[in-house]
Ligand binder design. Structure first.
Ligand code: UDX
Ligand code: UDX
Ligand code: ADP
Length: 474
């Protein structure tokens, strides 16, 4: 049979569009994939030696496919005209003004893509919404297209949400838990769904490709992110109880996770969750629920965000309290600035929140992250240069030198392999470690002499005994 799709165009060369299309090109040598973006710098970077995003394993794949069946371009019109299928994976930030400010997703980029498609395309094609969007936005895309379509042209709009997580995008895309395709319940709708599922079937087994109506597909994406964030907020709520009682959240998480109905994943208590999706999608769910007059539903999901704010605040306050209620002019090293390991992305990173809190309290910060660019850190902290209390280091030992405390904000694997004796020797005493990710060996650190504080556990008794004249030396 004739291939239903020969050329694909993807609008948006970001964290979603770039990796998704790279895997697509790798797995479908018979399809030509062109990723377009209006940001020329980004496109140039995708065409260069240094890709605009760090994602383990991605560089090799891009190098293998680029110029063969994978292209990055700013020339949108010809790519759109030629394509049989168009992915829209532009960003959908939370609105910062107007109706729904601070909560609703801003669909202006999605809408402008739909308008451009309608304006330039002169034959029928399939439009696939890949950006996370509010439920019913496929319907808005359909409306914009319908109102502007050229005669004799028709579009099928599908929802095909992306579930990749940053840092593991290549594996998530190669071995997805499932692929969702939502479409219209009509003959043309089913035909379009089948065409997209043919594309995925190049590497994804049929039983993992789930077909459903458009709205279910759109809502599933928001719900999945809300549930994942809710698990972390739930274990973080328990971590506060642990700190107040002497229970250990790691032990509790292990015990909970062994229940096969609950499972072990996403139960790692932390300084808080971050990333571009969780906050935005939950806010969106809250906004939609309110718009539908489902007040209790809105309040329920809002709590997941509130608990995350509480967790970040609590961690910041704990640092100040432990350091004798003042950190003014104290030097503090922050290890890790990305929102999670194996990415250079800082969107909604809890490190930003913690760093700002410490700066407000008058501390001087020494920041090290293996992948985040210097300029990005300064931008996130609203600093124009490094003169005002923020120094960015290329080396973790340099960052630690002369400081009073180490604060772990990202769970980078290499952080647990550092020579902490060496850091301790170069630090002011008493030297503190605040492990916001629970990745270090706390008893080894205490042995070195550090005062260790971590999420979901009371500070070690041994430190109090040793340094502050506690009664029971252990
Ligand atoms: C629960 C815990 O499962 C068990 O581990 C603990 O020891 C005691 O409390 P139980 O209350 O007997 O056990 O039943 P469970 O199967 O958990 O169901 C509780 C309620 O949730 C029931 O009303 C059930 O109908 C309802 N339920 C369960 C749902 O509405 N939806 C579900 O998906 C699962
Ligand atoms: C998430 C979803 O996992 C993914 O399916 C969706 O497509 C996009 O949003 P991402 O934000 O890239 O992916 O990363 P994720 O691994 O979900 O981590 C989000 C945040 O939660 C990070 O800050 C991470 O450090 C934190 N986290 C995760 C915890 O604090 N504890 C955990 O147990 C897991
Ligand atoms: P995500 O994490 O959702 O992939 P990113 O911000 O990383 O978000 O990427 C979205 C990309 O979409 C950006 O590179 C941006 O320049 C691009 N983009 C947004 N709107 C348009 C548009 N109307 N036309 C072309 N590209 C766009």
């Amino acid at each position: 049979a004739e291939a239903p799709i020969r050329k694909i165009c993807c609008i948006g060369a970001g964290y979603v569009g770039g990796p998704t299309c790279s895997i697509l090109a790798l797995k479908c040598p018979d399809i030509q994939v062109t990723v377009v973006d209006r940001n020329e710098l980004r496109i140039n970077q995708w065409n260069s030696e240094k890709l605009p995003i760090f994602e383990p394993g991605l560089e090799e794949i891009v190098k293998q496919c680029r110029g063969k069946n994978l292209f990055f371009s700013t020339d949108m019109v010809p790519a759109l005209k030629e394509a049989d299928l168009i992915f829209i994976s532009v960003n959908t930030p939370t609105k910062t003004f107007g109706l729904g400010k601070g909560r609703a997703a801003d669909l202006k980029f999605v809408e402008s893509c739909a308008r451009l498609i309608a304006e330039v395309c002169d034959r029928s094609k399939i439009i696939v919404e890949k950006s996370t969007v509010p439920v019913r936005s496929a319907a808005s895309i359909v409306n914009v297209l319908k109102a502007n379509t050229k005669p004799g042209v028709s579009y099928q709009v599908l929802s095909n949400p992306e579930f990749l997580a940053e840092g593991t995008a290549v594996n998530d895309l190669t071995n997805p838990d499932r692929v969702l395709i939502g479409g219209e319940e009509s003959d043309e709708g089913r035909k379009a769904i089948d065409a997209l599922s043919w594309v995925y079937h190049h590497w994804v087994p049929a039983e993992k490709i789930i077909k459903m109506n458009t709205w279910s597909s759109e809502l599933s994406k928001l719900a999945a992110n809300a549930f994942l964030a809710q698990r972390i907020s739930s274990i973080n709520a328990i971590s506060a109880v642990c700190e107040a009682t002497g229970a250990d959240v790691s032990e509790v998480a292990k015990a909970i996770g062994l229940d096969s109905r609950l499972g072990p994943k996403f139960l790692q208590a932390s300084v808080g969750w971050g990333g571009s999706c969780f906050q935005k999608d939950i806010l969106n769910l809250v906004y939609i629920s309110e718009s539908l007059n489902l007040t209790s539903v809105a309040a329920y999901w809002q709590q997941v965000i509130d608990m995350n704010e509480y967790q970040k605040t609590r961690f910041g306050q704990r640092i100040v309290q432990a350091m004798f209620n003042t950190i003014t002019d104290k030097h503090i090293a922050i290890l890790g600035f990305a929102f999670k390991k194996n990415t250079g992305d800082t969107r909604e990173s809890p490190a930003i929140y913690v760093a700002k809190h410490l700066l407000e309290e008058g501390a001087c910060l020494h920041i090290f992250d293996p992948k985040v660019e210097r300029a990005q850190i300064l931008l996130d902290l609203d600093q124009s240069d490094e003169k005002t209390g923020v120094t960015i280091h290329e080396d973790p030992y340099e960052a630690a030198k002369g400081t009073h405390a180490l604060v772990i904000c990202t769970e980078w694997d290499q952080f647990s392999t550092y020579d902490y004796q060496r850091m301790y020797d170069s630090m002011l005493k008493p030297a503190f470690v605040f492990d916001g990710r629970k990745i270090l060996n706390h008893s080894a650190l205490s042995e070195i002499g550090f005062h260790v504080e971590t999420i979901g556990k009371r500070p070690g008794e041994s430190f109090q005994a040793q340094n502050w004249g506690g009664a029971n030396n252990v």
